[in-house]
Ligand binder design. Structure first.
Ligand SMILES: C[S@@+](CC[C@H](N)C(=O)[O-])C[C@H]1O[C@@H](n2cnc3c(N)ncnc32)[C@H](O)[C@@H]1O
Length: 260
């Protein structure tokens, strides 16, 4: 699939992603922005920025905000969230900025195992001494949220296959290798643990889940009813009458620096 087709899957329910799914990842954005030192005047780029919540949070910390995503319908919301920012529609493998433009580049679950060239591009646009932070789902720290991927893969052979390739970024040494090949110096891997707030009812989470790209492929393969049923069945046991749906997540990340 070419990057121009990404919007078909990721953009069709852009408002749902922006307002029902993306906000639940805020603890991840918060920790990484802090760890990467994003603050007043930081020249900041978020690659695969989606509907731009991380970029908006960076802006509130005083950063000069830039973002890029291959979904036009998501970038429209990202631009509305960061009206003073530079938010562009484009491909992570071919960034439309000059060499050495940024102090910090992030990607939140946007760069995966097949995207070596995206790391090369991120390294190119970083200033010497700049920082790249990449988050992904860990391979060896199972958490309840991983059931989401399992549920989708259960109904989609395509997603099962793609998921394995993309998820390989979490394999031992893989993200480090991608950074080193791009001329960056990787730090130690780190973990973020938080509770994803799925919503007051399981149905809210089912609706939000339909807005993600992989769900689109699964829906095309097996139909919306099968996908919804799989999610409903797998997440209902986590629902609590007093607390709603809270799902434990572990996200792994790596911060790498560009030598001066
Ligand atoms: C898992 S979502 C993460 C979105 C956002 N970072 C967040 O945390 O909500 C992956 C994002 O990657 C974007 N994407 C996929 N392929 C891309 C490409 N080749 N270039 C730029 N963005 C891409 C999708 O449109 C989607 O917004």
């Amino acid at each position: 699939m070419g990057w121009e087709e990404v919007d078909e899957g990721w953009g069709r329910l852009a408002r749902d992603w922006a307002y029902l799914m993306e906000p639940s990842f805020w603890p991840e954005f918060d920790q990484v922005l802090r760890d990467a030192g994003v603050g007043e005047g930081t020249r900041y780029l978020d690659v695969c920025c989606g509907s731009g919540l991380a970029a908006q949070m960076a802006g509130r910390r005083g950063a000069v905000v830039h973002g890029l995503d291959a979904s036009q319908r998501l970038t429209a919301i990202a631009a509305a969230r960061s009206p003073d920012g530079d938010i562009r529609y484009g491909d992570m493998h071919d960034l439309p900025w000059e060499d050495e433009s940024f102090d910090v580049v992030t990607s939140f679950r946007g760069i995966w195992g097949a995207n070596d060239q995206a790391v090369v591009e991120a390294a190119r646009v970083l200033k010497p001494g700049g920082t790249l932070a990449v988050t992904f789902l860990p391979m060896d720290e199972p958490a309840p949220f991983d059931q989401w991927w399992v549920s989708i893969a259960k109904v989609s052979d395509h997603e099962k296959e793609v998921g394995q390739i993309l998820g390989s970024i979490g394999a031992e040494g893989r993200v480090e290798e991608m950074c080193e090949a791009a001329g960056l110096v990787p730090g130690e891997r780190q973990w973020i643990r938080f509770e994803f707030e799925g919503g007051p009812e399981v149905e809210d989470f089912v609706r939000a889940s339909l807005s993600a790209g992989p769900t689109y492929t699964a829906v095309q393969e097996r139909g919306q009813d099968d996908v919804e049923d799989a999610l409903r069945r797998d997440f209902t046991p986590l629902w609590d009458e007093a607390l709603g749906l809270r799902i434990g997540v572990v996200v792994e990340y790596l911060v790498a620096t560009k030598p001066t």
